[in-house]
Design a binder for this molecule. Sequence first.
Ligand code: FES
Ligand SMILES: [Fe+2]
Length: 374
Amino acid sequence: MSIKTTSEPILGLSAKYFTDDQIHQQIKYKVFFRTWQFACHESRIRNKGDYLTLSLLDQDILVVRDAKMQLQAFYNVCQHRGHRLLEGQGNKQRISCPYHAWTYDLGGQLIAAPNSGSVSNFDVSSICIPKIRVENFLGFIFINLDEQAPDLDECYPGVRAAILDLCPDIESRKFAFEHHINEGCNWMTAVENYNECYHCKLAHAEFSKGIIDPSSYRIAPFGRGRVLAHTSRPTQSSEAWYEMQGSDYASYYLWPTSSIQIYPGGMVNTYYWRPLSVDDVCVYRGWYSEDGEITETLQKVIDRDYETTFSEDLKLVRNVQRGLHSIGYRPGPLIVDPAGGIDNELSISVLHQWLRESLGELQTNSNSNVSTDP
Ligand code: FES
Ligand SMILES: [Fe+2]
């Protein structure tokens, strides 16, 4: 990955990208409806008929384990007159619409519609719920509304191997716990904040002592995909949150809204975001364990993470979103340090590049993430 360098500082992105509803609508179609989005961990839908629903802006989506134990994803909409089919999560052997009881099998095929026999040439077999791309990536289920999108390994080359290297048994992990909250900011405000640690010294004293070793921490583009890898040795401090043995810290951020993190010693956790509007996004914070149980150590880390890093970031991003609406805000130069290190916003400039490429404002150079001004 290389990024354009000039002798002039790189400025932050104009506030309109974070506040303008028309740009947000473009982002909806050009980013969110074309990229892989985290749906859930596969252990949450492990039995035949288990399902989970989610919304991606105005699109309701249904992920289900079908009769052959395959994962399926559909638009969560009845093909009769458009009622939502299922809510929340649960288990169903048939998908029956609550409006007029049109009923589909787990493959999305209509199998019954009351009194449809009275309609000449009503062909039940011709009606299916439209499918959505779905893939299992190391146990994490992703969906993509773009039928033509390259698969996950093509979008994020090398990530699977890198994560397996750190955590060889990740595919057998089970979902343990997740919490979520509306952040009251644009999705990009949250994602930018997640992807830089220039604020860590000031805002995340606990994380900086308890999990990572700031002197070895770096965030850099990874491979040819739109991926940012956060890496660090485990903390060297006596204030570690838990006894750390084994692997280093790493986090793989997968453009635009997903991140798989491995805390030192193979503690698997995730962040993912679902945009709600130009000024709001829901962040989901997930934790995984060998058997789905929450050990005492894991509970301590979940609580401490929530009380410190997570809550600290929430305050920051809400504050910044208000500032982005200020008439008096002029985006300042980013701290892009070619030498790397923790006090660096190279990753922010890369995110801006990916956003502007997606919007067609910069040319993308085929499969690489090198871009040039048009
Ligand atoms: S809208 Fe679903 S059965 Fe009528
Ligand atoms: Fe942070």
